[in-house]
Design a protein around this ligand. Structure first.
Ligand SMILES: [Zn+2]
Length: 449
């Protein structure tokens, strides 16, 4: 059997669209699953659309995703003479012609022209058919196929022409790409026919949509791979999610949602690729990301979370242990840790809590008790807990009656990553005592008004 060879052939026109990453992923998975090769080719013959730095973004993104290529990168613009050679061969065969006009009722007719533009010849009769693994047999009347330009006046091949030449000479067996190329595939098939070559197997994937009628576009601010990395999503979660965006595992794995890249190789099967558009579901991506965050080793979480936490003299270990279970995306961290530098501004009404039976008045008593507990014994979570428990028992109150106001005093927030005791340990003894004293003063000042 022939070796399976797939390719990813992006144009360097900017950041990597999520759809592009998914195409690369499917092509990579298909090659790996079948013990084949994955080839990277940069289709940069349209110099007008070329964006500086875009090639590097492609390399970095693929590497970051673990989609390493076995061959390439092949750069089309460096192979321009190759394409011209094969276009001239088609002219000799009568399958292409030099043309200076727009191609309609062309009378240019010569075997060479100064402009150098070469156009494919399509006889108006007959039909062109090809089989797509996802969409089945597609047939187009030749009269509907435009006589496309193969070589432009700058001597560069057009996208469609270079694509066919390269797929053939790189021995690509399976072309996996977005279905926006479905309509130009008949042109490609005609070129294979003109050369007398065998076309590859086509696997066109449905697009990723924002909803039933809109594509996932850059205007939404979440179309690019880098958008999601910037928002604090993990690469493995993005890859896991987009694998399932238009492909479903079968059999025993049908209900499964969490896959590592290695597990995807095992499970992947082109037959599971969907014909209908995939709707991007941000909540699902978030849930998968949360799964990866919660199941990573605490040291790894701490390392990845640190850039999102204000720099201060705090106990990062305790803080991160509390944050890990409360974080779905790393960008959830800054709003949870804004109290670290100083307690957030709050109204003393925040001490009112029916469930805890607290108010600014009770908070004053609780915080004065806290001053004593923190000031006396050992400063550890267990020792503090023991101190508050004893005080609560003596006064016949629930421990929350003390700890809830403590949390407010330390953070200025009714929801924090951890209760009053955790926050004490995170901030340390001195900082905690300072904040409790400030909070007591604040209640007294407000009450006297
Ligand atoms: Zn012409």
């Amino acid at each position: 059997m022939k070796e399976v060879r797939t390719r990813f052939a992006p144009s360097p026109t900017g950041f990597m669209h999520l759809g592009g990453v998914r195409t690369a992923l499917y092509a990579w998975l298909f090659a790996k699953k079948n013990g084949g090769k994955f080839i990277l080719r940069i289709e940069d013959t349209d110099q007008k659309r070329y964006v500086e730095g875009a090639v590097e973004v492609i390399y970095e993104t693929l590497r970051e995703c673990g989609l390493n290529w076995d061959e390439g990168p092949y750069i089309q613009s460096r192979r321009r003479d190759e394409y011209l050679k094969y276009a001239k061969e088609l002219v000799k065969k009568g399958e292409a012609y030099y043309c200076d006009c727009d191609g309609e009722n062309c009378e240019c007719g010569g075997l060479s022209l100064t402009s150098g533009i070469i156009r494919q010849r399509v006889t108006g009769e007959g039909k062109t058919s090809f089989n797509d693994e996802i969409y089945g047999v597609i047939t187009v009347e030749n009269s509907e196929i435009e006589e496309q330009v193969l070589i432009k006046s700058d001597g560069m091949p057009t996208y469609n022409f270079a694509n066919v030449i390269d797929d053939h000479f790189m021995n690509i067996t399976h072309v996996i790409r977005g279905n926006e190329f479905l309509s130009s595939t008949p042109k490609h098939v005609l070129l294979y026919k003109a050369f007398g070559w065998e076309p590859p197997v086509y696997i066109h994937c449905a697009q990723i949509m924002r909803d039933s009628s809109h594509k996932l576009s850059k205007r939404d601010g979440d179309a690019y791979f880098s958008d999601f990395r910037d928002k604090g999503y993990l690469t493995e979660a993005i890859i896991n999610y987009i694998a399932l965006l238009g492909w479903s595992p079968k059999g025993a794995l049908a209900e499964r949602e969490i896959f590592s890249l290695e597990e995807l190789v095992e499970a992947f099967d082109a037959g599971g690729i969907s014909k209908s558009p995939a709707i991007f579901d941000r909540d699902k991506l978030k849930a998968i990301n949360a799964h990866y965050i919660r199941s990573m080793p605490p040291e790894k979480f701490t390392e990845l979370a640190k850039p999102y936490i204000p720099k201060a003299d705090v106990d990062y270990g305790v803080l991160c242990a509390a944050l890990q279970q409360r974080t779905e995306v790393f960008s959830d961290i800054p709003p949870q840790t804004d109290f670290i530098e100083r307690a957030c501004d709050y109204e003393i009404g925040l001490y009112d809590n029916k469930k805890m039976k607290t108010s600014p008045e009770t908070a004053l008593q609780a915080l004065n008790a806290a001053l004593e507990i923190l000031g006396n014994g050992l400063f550890s979570r267990d020792a503090l807990y023991g101190g508050f428990k004893e005080t609560a028992e003596k006064s016949e109150r629930k421990i929350g009656w003390y700890l809830y106001p403590l949390q407010i005093a330390l953070t200025g927030k009714s929801a924090a990553p951890g209760g009053g005791l955790d926050i004490c340990v995170i901030l340390g003894k001195d900082e905690s005592l300072t904040r409790i004293k400030q909070a007591i003063k604040k209640i007294i000042v407000k009450q006297s008004h």
